[in-house]
Design a protein around this ligand. Structure first.
Ligand code: NAD
Ligand code: TYD
Length: 357
């Protein structure tokens, strides 16, 4: 069946995996990747599919309503998968306005554009269902104690960082458009992703790169915070299943049932990098440097994705040891990509963050 899907944030980490999956798996769909190409967006992430006839790229800001509306109308977009966002908690602490602008106003602008386009031209008989699919995070649920049950879809929102507050706000806007205007929406809340093409300001790629270059590993607090890690291609597969089979108006949690304390994960990264580079076992443990904790640092995130498994049959395909091995190898084999994205402005930003702790 023909359709035209607008994927926002497709030049970023998760978005590039979603674009690749859809372009490869659905040659009959037109896939438009709309991305502002901020520091986190990189078209090199999509080199392998950029010439495909069913793929096009548009450089634009999701908060620019006129551009988004004109594009959706002109191209006859019938599905939106919305990933574009400012996504790094530490940046949100320094610059919350940018997070409100992109994550809240940007989402509102897309919602309004989809609503006006779809209201103005009702879908033809037999056409694929229209859907506005919003990708969100488990961080909106707040912070768990070590012995608390995992986050379910019914948990109340309790965001603590400007990042999670902006994502929570955008989730509320999405649901309000469903309830008020009947816009067909789905929201998913996913746990921490890892894998290739993640910008190296996030824990896993940052630390792999630093271990390789024998630079200090800035562990916030005592490294006792817990995150639930999911391989990024498993997230992309979940998005595919939910986009096609998820129930309109619903929320699904996506997670790997894979909780790690930061310090334990960091030791796995050190062990893996050292082994793959042929360094003596544990040679780089001395790089661990405990630094001032992140302000408002959530203790633990952990997702219960039972609903998704029971209702749509999705579960993670990759176990963590295999996923982390693949990931470390990818970053070690792609130093040119790392050097490219960490050059210039980013390095100055990183140095200022690190020196500030
Ligand atoms: P990312 O920071 O790697 O990529 C974000 C992309 O959005 C970049 O390509 C950037 O250029 C683009 N972008 C930013 N502002 C824009 C704007 N105003 N207009 C158009 N494009 C803009 O993020 P990611 O880690 O790939 O996350 C993607 C989505 O998934 C986000 O909505 C995030 O909240 C959510 N999410 C991420 C994780 C995770 O672990 N990374 C977990 C759960 C949910
Ligand atoms: P991060 O990758 O920023 O994801 P999030 O904050 O969205 O979960 O961080 C993962 C965990 O690692 C989080 O508990 C913060 C911690 N962390 C460090 O200890 N040092 C670092 O330099 C970074 C970036 C993160």
């Amino acid at each position: 069946m023909k359709r035209c899907i607008l994927i926002t944030g497709g030049a970023g980490f998760i978005g590039s995996h979603v674009v690749r999956l859809f372009v490869n798996k659905y040659p009959q769909y037109q896939i438009i990747n709309l991305d502002k190409l901020t520091y986190a967006g990189n078209l090199a992430n999509l080199k392998d599919i950029e010439d495909r006839p069913n793929y096009s790229f548009v450089k634009a800001d999701i908060a620019d309503f006129d551009t988004v509306y004109a594009l959706m109308k002109e191209r006859g977009v019938d599905g939106v998968i919305h990933l574009a966002a400012e996504s790094h908690v530490d940046r949100s602490i320094k610059d919350p306005f940018t997070f409100a602008r992109t994550n809240v106003i940007g989402t509102l602008s897309l919602l309004q554009a989809a609503r006006l386009c779809w209201e103005a031209s009702p879908a033809e008989e037999g056409a694929p269902r229209r859907l506005f699919y919003h990708i969100s995070t488990d961080e909106v649920y707040g912070s768990l104690q070590m012995d608390s049950p995992l986050f379910k879809e019914t948990n109340k929102y309790d965001p603590h960082s400007p990042y999670s507050a902006s994502k929570a706000s955008s989730d509320h806007f999405v649901r309000s458009f469903h309830d008020t205007y009947g816009l067909p929406t789905i929201v998913t809340n996913c746990s921490n992703n890892y894998g290739p093409y993640q910008f190296p300001e996030k824990l896993i790629p940052l630390f792999i790169n630093n271990i390789r270059n024998r630079k200090p590993l800035p562990v916030y607090g005592r490294g006792l915070n817990v995150r639930d890690w999911l391989y990024v291609e498993d997230h992309a597969r979940a998005i595919d299943v939910i986009f096609h089979k998820g129930e309109v108006g619903e929320t699904y949690n996506i997670g790997g049932f894979n909780e790690w304390r930061n310090i334990d994960l960091i030791n796995v990264l050190i062990e893996t990098v050292d082994r793959l580079l042929g360094r003596p076992e544990g040679a780089d443990k001395d790089l661990i440097t405990f630094v001032t904790d992140r302000a408002g640092h959530d203790l633990r995130y952990a997702i219960d994705s039972t609903k998704l498994k029971e209702q749509l049959g999705w579960e993670p395909s990759l176990q963590f040891p295999e996923g982390i091995e693949k990931t470390v190898k990818w970053y070690l084999d792609n130093q040119a990509w790392l050097d490219n994205v960490t050059s210039g402005d980013y390095q100055a930003y990183y140095d200022s963050m690190y020196k500030g702790r």
